[in-house]
Design a protein around this ligand. Structure first.
Ligand code: ZN
Length: 487
């Protein structure tokens, strides 16, 4: 695929489709006209003029989907075609989640979980401004909005990120974060679940979240623990958000491990009560398996575990940990240790919990896909069509209008992405056209790298980027900030 800065927005007329505008309101029949990178008009029988006319009869015309939870920081630079995302109808990715962002950090060899971003060779950006320039130069197929990661700040500011930070180190982290917000980041993320963040207390989180909040950003958090300590971990996140006076996003909400299955009844009631006091959003992906680095504390010998990558044993990718352990005549935990560094899918959730969280009104859709894994979790390629097809159409979990809302307007408002997430005249022309009768994920745990069915056209900033099941040669993405950049 080729691309350059010449990829200009087209004049397009999407004729005869059904508009689901992202707000959650009922669908209606209308044409959509796109001019100069913006939605020019929505209405019946629009004049074509000099626009390229695309017949979208029988199809849904929706705002482009916003993937609010990604680890695409490096992928947007190294694989700017972003096929796993554009093929799902995603037009914007939020990078830097779970405390892990590519910037600001210059380091040749990074500790886990920073290696989730594809090894150490990408950590070459001393500032967020440097990363923003790299995104603009790469011109990815999708828009990029960035969070500044807490673990990244700790690795940048401390000689040893596994201990409590000194006052001076916290001041340095704050300076780096402020630079990131000035350069256009939309918030701060933490992942105190991970060793590089775990030594931070709520004071440090509140201090840094508050800096993001002062600059108009959000605080997204992979909480300390999603198993028996899930309620206390939620409370810690709420406290950091309240003290920092910043909206909170609970990342990939779940109750993990068989002993905690069914407890989303409790956690969602708890979140509901907290939402009466402070702004809180959630994101979730539509699968019962999670995925992250290999960790023995996530291996209990009960749940199924599939290896997604392993540096010492690359041939074990895609294999079940139980089978590897049997072959090696050891416990699953011992096998897990020998396979590290690596990653895995953990079947740590139950279906009723997944559905309860997806249905919850404040829940946005985020894939949490890991683009550098050898054998990735299928959420990387399947999240958005799976919500539209499997959960909305086939299971009737919620109307299609609600499904679209959870991946568009709800997300744009929560992350303060101006003039996106809705089909409205004057807004940026990020548009996805899909067939509501066929849209479906085809990626599976066995064959994870497969493009969705039923995504017909994807337009990013007015640039037709995906058509007839293929990426076009044009890319229209750009770096987005919640506030206009001075440059
Ligand atoms: Zn996470």
């Amino acid at each position: 695929m080729t691309s350059n800065s010449e990829d200009a927005p087209s004049s397009l007329l999407l004729r005869g489709g059904t508009v689901i505008d992202g707000t959650g309101r009922d669908r209606f029949a209308a044409d959509v006209r796109i001019d100069g990178g913006r939605i020019a008009a929505i209405g019946p029988d629009l004049a074509a003029g000099d626009a390229v006319v695309i017949d979208v009869g029988g199809k849904v015309v929706a705002p482009g989907f916003i993937d609010v939870h990604t680890h695409d920081d490096q992928a947007v630079l190294s694989a700017p075609g972003m096929l796993p995302k554009i093929s799902q109808g995603v037009t914007t990715v939020v990078v830097g989640n779970c405390g892990i962002s590519l910037a600001p950090l210059v380091r040749a060899d990074v500790p886990p979980p920073l290696n989730l971003l594809g090894g150490g060779d990408g950590y070459v950006h001393p500032t967020m401004a440097s990363y923003v320039a790299a995104v603009d130069a790469a011109r990815p197929a999708v828009n990029v909005a960035a969070l500044v990661g807490h673990s990244t700040l700790r690795v940048a500011a401390m000689d040893d990120p596994y201990r409590a930070a000194t006052r001076a180190e916290q001041t340095r982290m704050g300076e780096l974060l402020r630079e990131g917000m000035d350069a256009g980041a939309i918030g701060f993320s933490s992942g105190v679940f991970y060793a590089t963040g775990a030594a931070a207390d709520v004071d440090e989180l509140a201090l840094l979240a508050g800096i993001a909040g002062d600059a108009g950003g959000v605080y997204a958090t992979h909480i300390r623990q999603e198993m028996d300590q899930v309620l206390a971990s939620l409370d810690e996140a709420f406290a950091a958000g309240r003290r920092g006076n910043v909206p909170v996003v609970i990342s990939h909400h779940k109750c993990a491990g068989p002993a905690n299955w069914g407890r989303t009844v409790q956690t969602l009631a708890h979140i509901d009560a907290a939402r009466a006091r402070q702004p809180i959003g959630l994101d979730a992906y539509p699968y019962v398996a999670g995925s992250t680095v290999l960790r023995t504390d996530l291996v209990d010998g009960i749940i199924d575990v599939i290896v997604t990558w392993s540096t010492p044993f690359p041939q074990m990718s895609a294999r079940h940990l139980a089978d590897i352990a049997a072959e090696w005549n050891c416990t699953q935990q011992e096998a897990c240790e020998r396979l590290q560094p690596g990653g895995a899918c953990y079947f740590q959730m139950r279906e009723d919990d997944v559905q309860r969280v997806l249905r919850y009104p404040a829940t946005m859709i985020g894939s949490d896909g890991l683009p550098h894994d050898v054998h990735p979790h299928p959420r990387l390629w399947g999240t958005f069509p799976r919500v539209l097809g499997h959960y909305s159409r086939d299971l009737g979990l919620f109307p299609l209008e609600t499904a679209v809302h959870k991946m568009t307007a709800l997300s744009a408002r929560r992350f303060r992405l101006a003039e996106r997430g809705e089909l409205r005249a004057g807004f940026h022309a990020d548009v996805t056209v899909f067939d509501p009768s066929t849209v479906a994920d085809t990626a599976t745990f066995e064959r994870p790298a497969r493009a969705a069915r039923g995504i017909e056209y994807v337009v990013v900033n007015g640039v037709l980027s995906y058509a007839d099941g293929h990426a076009t040669t044009q890319r229209g993405g750009r770096f987005l900030s919640s506030r206009p950049r001075s440059a």
